[in-house]
Design a protein around this ligand. Structure first.
Ligand code: HEC
Ligand code: HEC
Length: 378
C-alpha cells in the first residue's frame, strides 16, 4: 500500500522518465503516460508502415519517412495521396524524439500530438476522420488483439490516443548519435575526423557563428536551439504579396492583412501561423544537423540541393542570383560572411562528420530503451 502511494506522488511530480544516453545525445525523456515496451514499439512500427491508413491505401508514414533514405523522401516537398504535393520538405524522423516541438513551425507539442495529423491531412494520407482510422484497425484480423495486449484494454476501447502512443513509442527508438564528430568532440579521439572537419568545426563556432542557432551543449549536441528564425528561405514568395496587401490597404504591414494571406502562400508564414506574432513571420524551426549529408534537399521548402549550396546561401547572407531580397524579418546573423573557399569546404567536411554509422539501421535495433518490463534492455 505504502509503495503505491509513493509511486503516485512520484508520478504527479515527474512527467518524464529518462533513459541512458547515446554518445553525443542527451538522455531520452520518456513521458510517464506513455512508457516504452517492446510490444508497443512493434505495434508502432507496424502502424508506421501500414498503407491502409491512407485514403487510397498507397501511402504510409514510411512513404515520406523512408528508412532507406534516413527517414526522409529526398523530394523537395512531399507527395501524398494521388500525387498531391504539400508545401514543405519532409524532415527526418531520426532524433525527432529530442525536439521540444514538432513540425517546421512547431505546431505540435510532442510526438503523440504530431502522429495523427498526417493521417488526416488531405494532402498526405487523406483519411476522413479518426473514426476512419479506427475502422481500419477494428476490421483487421490481428490489430484488435495486438492493441488489447499492448494497452491492457478491451478491443472495444481502442481509441485514437492508443494509435498516437504506439507511433510515438516507435519513433522514440529512432535515435542515432555516436558519429565520427561525437567520438572526436566528446571522447577526444583525434583520428575520428579529418583536419578539414576540425577546421570546419572552428568556422562553425567562430567566423560563421552557425553554432549560435545549431547549438552544442555540454556533454551532448543536438545542433538546434529549438527556436524559430527567419533566415530568408522562401521569404521572397510572400514578400511581394505582403507589401501589395499593405499598399492596397494604405497601412503598414499589420496582423490583419497578414492573416488575410492564405492559400498557397500561407505555409511560408512559418511560426507566425502558430504564434500570430509579427516577429515570427517566415520563421522556421532550427533543424538538427545530425546525418545532414543523408537528407537532401535542404530547408523547409527543399530549395537547396547540396551542403555546398547551403554554405553558399549563408555565405552570401541569403542572396539569390547575387541579390539579397528585401526582408525586414530576417535574423541579423544572416549577413555576408566573407568565408574563403577553404573555410567553405571545411564547413561541409564538418557537417559530413555528423553522420552516424548506424543511421539507416535505427529501426532494426532490438533493445527498446526505457522498457519497464525488460529492464535488462536499457
Ligand atoms: C506525404 C508525406 C508524409 C507522410 C505520409 C507523413 N509525413 Fe511526416 N512529415 C512530412 C512533412 C512534409 C513534414 C513537415 C511538415 C511541416 O512541418 O509542416 C513532416 C513532419 C513530421 C514530423 C516532425 C519532424 C520534425 O522534425 O519536426 C514527424 C515526427 C512526422 N512527420 C512523423 C510522421 C508520422 C508518424 C506519419 C504517419 C502517421 C507521417 N509523418 C506521415 C511528410 C509526411
Ligand atoms: C539565425 C539562426 C541560424 C544560423 C546562424 C544558422 N542557421 Fe542553419 N538553419 C536555421 C534555420 C531556422 C533553418 C531552417 C530554415 C528554413 O528552412 O526556412 C536552418 C537550416 C539549415 C540547414 C538545412 C537543414 C535541413 O534539414 O534542411 C543546414 C544544413 C544549415 N542550416 C547549416 C547551417 C550552417 C552551416 C550555418 C553557418 C554558416 C548555419 N546553418 C547558421 C537557423 C540558423
Amino acid at each position: 500500500m505504502r509503495f503505491f502511494v509513493c509511486l503516485a506522488i512520484i508520478c504527479c511530480g515527474l512527467v518524464w522518465a529518462e533513459t541512458e544516453a547515446v554518445l553525443g545525445l542527451p538522455p531520452l525523456e520518456i513521458p510517464l503516460l506513455n512508457p516504452q515496451s517492446s510490444e508497443k514499439v512493434a505495434l508502432g512500427k507496424r502502424l508506421f508502415h501500414d498503407k491502409r491508413f491512407s485514403a487510397n491505401s498507397k501511402v504510409s508514414c514510411a512513404t515520406c519517412h523512408d528508412s532507406a533514405k534516413a527517414f526522409t523522401d529526398h523530394a523537395p516537398v512531399s507527395e501524398g495521396i494521388g500525387q498531391l504535393k504539400g508545401a514543405r520538405n519532409a524532415p527526418s524522423v531520426i532524433n525527432a524524439a529530442f525536439a521540444k516541438t514538432q513540425f517546421w513551425d512547431g505546431r505540435a507539442a510532442d510526438l503523440e500530438a504530431q502522429s495523427i495529423q498526417p493521417m488526416l491531412n488531405p494532402l498526405e494520407m487523406g483519411m476522413n476522420d479518426e473514426q476512419a482510422v479506427l475502422a481500419v484497425i477494428l476490421k483487421d484480423s490481428s490489430y484488435p488483439q495486438q492493441f488489447a495486449e499492448v494497452f491492457d484494454i478491451e478491443p472495444a476501447n481502442i481509441d485514437i490516443e492508443h494509435v498516437a502512443k504506439a507511433l510515438a513509442s516507435y519513433e522514440r527508438t529512432l535515435i542515432s548519435g555516436n558519429s565520427p564528430f561525437d567520438r572526436y568532440y566528446f571522447e577526444n579521439d583525434q583520428q575520428a575526423i579529418s583536419q578539414s572537419a576540425k577546421r570546419g568545426l572552428s568556422v562553425f563556432f567562430n567566423s560563421a557563428a552557425c553554432a549560435s542557432c545549431h547549438t552544442l551543449d555540454s556533454g551532448f549536441a543536438l545542433f538546434t536551439d529549438d527556436e524559430f528564425h527567419n533566415i530568408g528561405v522562401g521569404y521572397h514568395r510572400i514578400a511581394v504579396v505582403l507589401e501589395k496587401l499593405a499598399y492596397q490597404q494604405k497601412t503598414e504591414l499589420s496582423l490583419a492583412n497578414i492573416q488575410a494571406l492564405s492559400g498557397d502562400n500561407a505555409p511560408e508564414l512559418g511560426r507566425f501561423l502558430v504564434s500570430q506574432r509579427l516577429l515570427d513571420l517566415g520563421a522556421f524551426k532550427t533543424p538538427t544537423l545530425r546525418n545532414i549529408e543523408k537528407t537532401p534537399p535542404y530547408m523547409h521548402d527543399g530549395s537547396l540541393q547540396t551542403l555546398e549550396e547551403v554554405v553558399d546561401y549563408y555565405n552570401t547572407g541569403g542572396a539569390m542570383d547575387g541579390i539579397r531580397p528585401e526582408n525586414r524579418f530576417i535574423d541579423p546573423r544572416i549577413r555576408p560572411l566573407h568565408l574563403t573557399d577553404q573555410q567553405k569546404s571545411d564547413l561541409v567536411a564538418f557537417m559530413r562528420s555528423l553522420t552516424s554509422p548506424q543511421y539507416d539501421k535505427v529501426d532494426t535495433v532490438q533493445a527498446v530503451r526505457g522498457d519497464k518490463e525488460n529492464p535488462e534492455l536499457n
